[in-house]
Design a binder for this molecule. Structure first.
Ligand code: ZN
Length: 316
């Protein structure tokens, strides 16, 4: 319903600009030699001032303090982020190499005593406390983030990106993907990934399906988007708030080399999860496990090809 742009309107000022020039030219006293000399003198002064200005600006630009200042800042800006860039590159390569032979994983191969803690449904009001525990214990982890939650809690995801946690795609609105059209599934994955990039994070290459719901359309989409579906081998069911001891018990019972443990940092009251975390971390370390991100697990302990696709998933 918006009115079409009136192109004629844009042309209207043109004659007005031309009209005043004509009388100006006509006013020039072309026959007066003294007037021409004065005009020539004035033009020379203007030209000289212009030359002096150009020289002054050029010398300021080449020899001033600003380039030295810029050089002084450059190493400060790049030096701290270089290891992070190396890690990110290694993570992306690990994901790509696994993606070359399987579209999904449930765990590592189990050849190394490494376990990946994963947290779904954030960011939310409890995410900062989860991050506090993980950072205090120096535990890397992987977060499968819901796009719309970034409207309210993006500060936590910015913190995750800054502090080197891995961010995966957990869709934009947390639907049952298998019930959506190809177009809507694509929107769900793409919008979340775009939000993460807008926050300054690397484009997610890991994906976790809400409720473990996916179909062949999802796999086709993940193939197009170069994303690996990350399922899990241990479900703590922490979102059902079964009690701190039950959450700890489930995590430790399922713990095995290459395990991927599913927990939640949002989607409800996560007090029990936060209380269980230090015990889980301590116990796993006591058993000789190293806690890693999912890409690190893929790098150190890549899963074998041809793992059976689970059909009765309900977590995530
Ligand atoms: Zn979820």
């Amino acid at each position: 319903m918006s009115p079409r742009w009136n192109w004629d309107f844009e042309d209207e000022p043109r004659p007005r600009r031309v009209v005043p020039r004509l009388p100006l030219k006509q006013l020039q006293p072309s026959g007066d030699a003294r007037y021409r000399r004065r005009r020539l003198g004035a033009a020379l002064i203007v030209a000289l001032v212009a030359i002096v200005l150009v020289i002054a600006l050029a010398s300021h630009g080449s020899g001033g303090p600003s380039p030295a200042g810029a050089n002084a800042h450059r190493p400060q800006a790049t030096a701290p982020s270089e290891p992070a860039v190396d890690t990110r590159e290694r993570e992306q390569k690990a994901v790509a190499s696994v993606l070359a032979y399987t579209p999904f994983i449930r765990s590592g191969a189990g050849r190394k005593r490494e376990i990946a803690l994963t947290f779904d449904d954030g960011p939310g009001p409890y995410t900062p406390q989860v991050l506090d525990v993980l950072e205090r214990e120096h535990v890397p982890a992987t977060f499968f983030v819901i796009g719309i939650e970034l409207r309210y809690f993006s500060a936590s995801t910015v913190r995750e990106i800054r502090d080197g946690f891995v961010i995966g795609d957990h869709t934009e609105t947390h639907p049952m993907l298998a019930q959506l059209s190809a177009h809507d599934q694509r929107e769900e994955l793409f919008e979340q990934a775009a939000r993460i990039e807008l926050l300054g994070g690397p484009r997610p290459t890991l994906f976790r399906p809400p409720y473990g719901s996916f179909n062949q359309t999802t796999f086709a989409l993940l193939h197009q988007m170069h994303m690996l579906m990350v399922l899990w081998s241990v479900d703590t069911d922490d979102y059902q708030e079964p009690g701190v001891e039950v959450i700890v018990h489930r995590a430790l019972e399922g713990a095995a080399p290459g395990a991927i443990i599913l927990m939640h940092d949002a989607g409800g009251d996560r007090t029990q999860t936060i209380a269980a975390l230090p015990t889980i971390i301590g116990a796993l370390r006591k058993r000789g496990y190293r806690l890693v991100t999912v890409p690190q697990l893929l790098h150190d302990d890549p899963p074998p090809a041809g793992q059976p696709l689970p059909t009765n998933l309900s977590g995530g």
